[in-house]
Write a protein that binds this ligand. Structure first.
Ligand code: Q9C
Ligand code: ZN
Length: 342
């Protein structure tokens, strides 16, 4: 299958994130995408192509246009105040505070448009974020053009980003933009299968009240795992979206024997939904040696994951998300893709 990759991802390289009360170097770093790209070449997965340059039209259907405009100007506002390292929020409009009056300063806007301090903005962030979205849309177009599958090697990732907020290393929800694009191209029903270790709260949020995009998530139980405040099993969708969302929260230590049962169930649900296209939010932070996660999947499990998704027999777009064990990130991510191809 073809891979869509842009070197522009490297323009986004945040300096710090908070871990255990300390500032530590960002886990989400440029080398991740380079290692995956190198593995795509090593196994001869297929051609690697650059993304086309897309308009923001589809993104505006899943994100608040004001939020997208903020992303485009945040660094300049931050730099104008004399800052040189990554912009990070520190104050959020939680319960009891107002979230209906956007602040007019960058400190306030960073909090207004974020869920945590995990998505740092640097001088090159917007360039990388836009290229990441372009990778997803270009790969979606390859699938719509008749390919059985395509791989969007997106960086930064997207699934924590919601209608009007960044967080968890994510800015634009690449998988959601692609799913929206498939809908606009005439696919009546689209399923998003999120296999990243962390619950894809942004994706769930975006489609929660829609009956045309089914969202399934397999992830660390939010009772004990990031993002803590979404991803429970009783979240099934609302209004027109009732029954179109399913969560499989799993405990620390979950290995393939149990994880794969959730994948089977999620695939069955996507099939019953009548999905014409599958968008996979492909994070490989489920790996046993991931530094910030606690599942126990092994390298040999990733091809099995791909093979199970292939059994759905639907056109499939793989959108890269998380995975922080960089030494194995390429083998694991590309393992899913070779397993899919059979
Ligand atoms: N400082 C994705 O996998 N919390 N995002 C990390 C360690 C944030 C993960 C805690 C994890 C976000 C796309
Ligand atoms: Zn993750």
């Amino acid at each position: 299958m073809k891979t869509v990759y842009s070197p522009d991802h490297a323009a986004h390289a945040g300096h710090w994130e908070v871990a255990r009360g300390a500032m530590v170097p960002c886990f989400e770093k440029p080398i991740r995408a380079e290692y995956v790209r190198a593995r795509v070449e090593e196994v001869g997965l297929g051609e690697i192509v650059l993304p086309k340059v897309w308009s923001m039209e589809t993104a505006r259907k899943v994100h608040d246009p004001a939020y997208l405009a903020f992303l485009g100007k945040a660094w300049d506002m931050w730099a104008a105040e004399g800052n040189h390292t990554s912009a990070l929020p520190m104050t959020w409009p939680v319960r009891g505070l107002r979230n209906d009056v956007p602040p007019e300063c960058i400190e306030g806007l960073l909090g207004f448009y974020s869920m945590d301090a995990g998505a740092s903005i640097t001088a090159g962030t917007w360039k990388a974020v836009k290229a990441s979205m372009d990778c997803a849309l270009t790969a979606a177009e390859i699938v719509a053009g008749g390919a059985r599958a395509a791989f969007a090697l997106c960086r930064p990732p997207g699934h924590h980003s919601g209608p009007a907020f960044m967080g968890g290393y994510c800015f634009i929800n690449n998988a959601s933009v692609a799913a929206q694009w498939f809908r606009d191209q005439g696919a009546a029903r689209v399923a998003i299968l999120d296999v990243d270790y962390h619950h894809g709260n942004g994706t769930q949020d975006i489609f929660y009240e829609r009956g045309d995009v089914f969202v399934a998530n397999i992830h660390g139980d939010p009772k004990t795992e990031y993002p803590y405040f979404l991803g429970h099993a009783d979240e099934t969708g609302r209004g027109a979206g009732e029954g179109c969302n399913v969560n499989y929260p799993l405990p620390f230590g979950t290995a393939w024997d149990t994880w794969s049962l959730a994948l089977d169930a999620a695939c069955d649900r996507a099939e019953a939904f009548g999905a014409e296209v599958i968008v996979v939010s492909l994070g490989v932070d489920t790996f046993e040696r991931d530094p910030i996660s606690a599942f126990k999947l092994k390298t040999a499990d990733y091809p099995k994951m791909g093979a199970r998704i292939a059994k759905l027999g639907k056109p499939t777009l793989f959108v890269f998300e998380g995975g922080y064990a960089v030494d194995e990130i390429g083998v694991n991510a590309v393992g899913v893709l070779t397993g899919f191809e059979g």
